[in-house]
Each structure stands twice: as structure tokens, then as C-alpha cells.
Write a protein that binds this ligand. Structure first.
Ligand SMILES: [Zn+2]
Length: 383
């Protein structure tokens, strides 16, 4: 059972990210792990983060939705967590997957403000309405995870609205995210040169964090500051361009990935390259036979997404996302094409890649739980 729980924690690790392009909501980890009413278990449990992430995935009708977790430093030595859980959170902190702070204050709200994300929280923030007008103006920007029949559900918390809703990045967020920043503290996992990683375990091992995926600085007296170290940040030039693409299999977005000009991304059944997108887990036998290990390669060049077929069987382009067969343009092996805004690449019927906003979820949504590895008994640990 210990082994199973480790697997769940690994799966949850794939859903925590400080990458502004991938995170879909903000949580305060110290708060979430103490939602004891979600499972009636121990006073604190890291598995509750997985339950909340699952609830978010169900609401957004999308798999693999990462959350931006702000973590109080005291959590790294919280005796209510198991030693294994503490070790896992420390690893996330070292890898820059979560933001560890001595005194988080209203940082979760600041991140939500800068990135335009919803906040999953039960905490009232009445005193901060003046600073963050969207707290009341935009229903769904703050929702409370509460127990529901099939796991946590969200309740209107501030301003009404039960569904976590994203807003626009604030003007300060747009400004901060147009530059790359450098923390003077050596080895800063958030805004330093090393550490960091993407939203997924396979990407998290790439090594250096791409400057395109840097978390937003905090603003202190109007100056960009490292949220972890409280030091003023150096401006390291314009942030590199990036584009977010999504894989849709069987009508459901299974995961998003970020394309930068530094690194092309391979997508296929089981591409043998770090940072690649592996589709195998979502494919049936026929699709698995048709789709090559590496099937298509995406590159970002001067802001344009270029797709190249590197497969044996070829692909197709669906211009403007049209599902009419007559519109489908074949993409032969070794052929390249610019992927226009609403275009999709189709590797096999039902297996498409395009920009997430252009890939509506079909009627047959079947969420893949981040807790899939958790046996029921893991959720009923002895008190
Ligand atoms: Zn720092």
C-alpha cells in the first residue's frame, strides 16, 4: 500500500506547476492538505491535493490540469504529514514545481491576479477586495472545494459561481511575464538559472527551467522581487516566445504542452526524447499500431508553429478545425506545414493536436483520475 501511495504522489507531482502557461488554478497547499472533511482521514494529507486537482479536471472537462501551489515553508516539517509526504513536498520545492515561502500572506491571490487564474480556497479574503476587484466582480474566480458525492465539488465562495473560471492576466502580470528575471540567490529554484521543470514528470527531468516557464515575480513596492528570497530581481531581457498546444484524444484534452523556440517537441506513441509527449497511454490497439513512436514534430519559429510529420503512415491537417472529411489535407511523411491558429493535426481519427482553445471537449468526456493508482483503502488510512 505504501508503494501505491508513492505512485499517487508521483502522479500528483505531474499536476503541480509554476509555469504560467500551464497552471490552471492556484492553491495554498497548507490549506488544502487540511480539508479533513474530504475523506475523514488524518489531520493533514497530501492526497487531498490530488482530490482537489481531480475535482478541477472534472469541472474543466480536461485531463492533466496542473495547479500552482503556494507552500508555507513550515509545511516542509509539518509533523501531521508522513515523512514520505514531507520528502515529496521538499522535492517539489527543490525542483521549483511549487513556490515555498516563509510567509505566503496573500501570494496565492497575487499569483491569481498576475496570471488570471481561479483560486481554489475556503479562506475569506474580504479585506483584499479593494486590491483585487475580481474577487467580487468575477464569479468563479474564488471557489471552495467541499465534499461531494463523487469527490470534492466546488461551491460559490466569493461573488457567486460554482465553476472555477479564469480571467485575464492583470496589466502587472502582462508586464512581468514579458521579461525574464534572475534571482541573485545562488540555486534559486524559482527564478534562478537551474532547477525548475515543466508540469509533467517527463518534462520535469529536462534540467534547466526554460525562461519561458518562469513563475511570476512578486511585486514589492512596485519592484519585481523573488517571492522565495525577497531579493530584487535582475531583468534578463525579453521572455522567449512560447506557444501552448494540446493533445485531444477521444474528444478530451489529455494534456497541454509548451513549445518554445529553443526546443522542438516530438509527439508520438512513445518518442525517445526528453520533453516529448507520449500518447501511448490514451490509445487503443488500432491507434497504437498506426501511430509511430515519434509521429510529428512541432517547432516554434518567429512565433509560428510548424508541424513536421516524422511518421511512417503520415498525418492530416484539419484546417480551421473542420471535421469534414473533404477538408482534411494529408500531411505526408517528412512534410512540414505552418499550423494556423485554428488548425489541428490529426495523427489518427480522434487523436488531434492544436491550440487548446480551438479543441472543444466532445460529449464523451471520461476523466482520468490523478488518483487512479490509489486503491480505495489508501483514502481510508487509519486516523
Ligand atoms: Zn530567489
Amino acid at each position: 500500500m505504501r508503494f501505491e501511495i508513492s505512485k499517487v504522489l508521483d502522479a500528483i507531482e505531474g499536476r503541480v506547476s509554476t509555469d504560467p502557461s500551464l497552471a490552471r488554478a492556484v492553491v495554498d497547499l497548507a490549506e488544502v492538505i487540511r480539508y479533513q472533511d474530504l475523506d475523514g482521514g488524518r489531520p493533514a494529507s497530501l492526497l487531498r491535493l490530488g482530490m482537489v486537482i481531480d475535482a478541477l479536471a472534472r469541472e474543466l472537462e480536461e485531463d492533466s490540469v496542473p495547479v500552482y501551489a503556494v507552500v508555507h515553508r513550515a509545511l516542509l516539517s509539518d509533523a501531521d504529514l508522513t515523512s514520505n509526504e514531507r520528502m515529496v513536498v521538499r522535492r517539489w520545492a527543490d525542483d521549483g514545481l511549487v513556490e515555498v515561502l516563509d510567509n505566503p500572506g496573500d501570494r496565492a491571490l497575487e499569483v491569481a491576479d498576475l496570471l488570471g487564474l481561479p483560486v481554489l480556497s475556503r479562506v475569506r479574503a474580504d479585506g483584499l477586495r479593494g486590491r483585487y476587484p475580481w474577487l467580487v466582480e468575477q464569479p468563479g474566480r474564488v471557489v471552495a472545494p467541499v465534499p461531494g458525492a463523487g469527490g470534492p465539488v466546488f461551491l460559490a465562495h466569493v461573488g457567486g459561481g460554482h465553476t472555477p473560471v479564469a480571467g485575464a492576466r492583470s496589466p502587472a502580470g502582462v508586464r512581468l511575464l514579458s521579461r525574464q528575471w534572475r534571482c541573485p540567490e545562488p540555486g534559486c529554484a524559482l527564478l534562478g538559472g537551474g532547477g525548475g521543470g515543466g508540469a509533467f514528470a517527463d518534462l520535469a527531468r529536462v534540467g534547466e527551467r526554460s525562461p519561458a516557464g518562469q513563475p511570476p515575480p512578486t511585486l514589492r513596492g512596485g519592484a519585481p522581487t523573488c517571492p522565495r528570497h525577497g531579493t530584487r530581481l535582475g531583468d534578463a531581457g525579453p521572455r522567449p516566445r512560447s506557444a501552448v498546444l494540446a493533445v485531444r484524444v477521444g474528444g478530451v484534452i489529455r494534456r497541454r504542452f509548451v513549445l518554445t523556440e529553443e526546443q522542438p517537441v516530438l509527439v508520438g506513441r512513445a518518442p525517445d526524447q526528453s520533453g516529448a509527449v507520449v500518447l501511448g497511454q490514451w490509445l487503443n490497439d488500432e491507434a497504437r499500431r498506426w501511430i509511430s513512436r515519434s509521429h510529428v514534430r512541432f517547432e516554434l519559429r518567429v512565433g509560428e508553429v510548424i508541424v513536421t510529420d516524422v511518421s511512417t503512415n503520415g498525418s492530416g491537417i484539419r484546417p480551421g478545425g473542420s471535421m469534414t472529411e473533404a477538408d482534411r489535407v494529408p500531411l505526408s511523411p517528412q512534410q512540414s506545414r505552418v499550423l494556423a491558429e485554428a488548425d489541428m493535426v490529426e495523427l489518427y481519427p480522434g487523436v488531434q493536436i492544436g491550440r487548446p482553445d480551438e479543441l472543444p471537449t466532445g460529449a464523451s468526456y471520461t476523466p482520468t483520475s490523478v488518483m487512479a493508482e490509489a486503491p480505495t483503502m489508501a483514502m481510508r488510512l487509519p486516523r
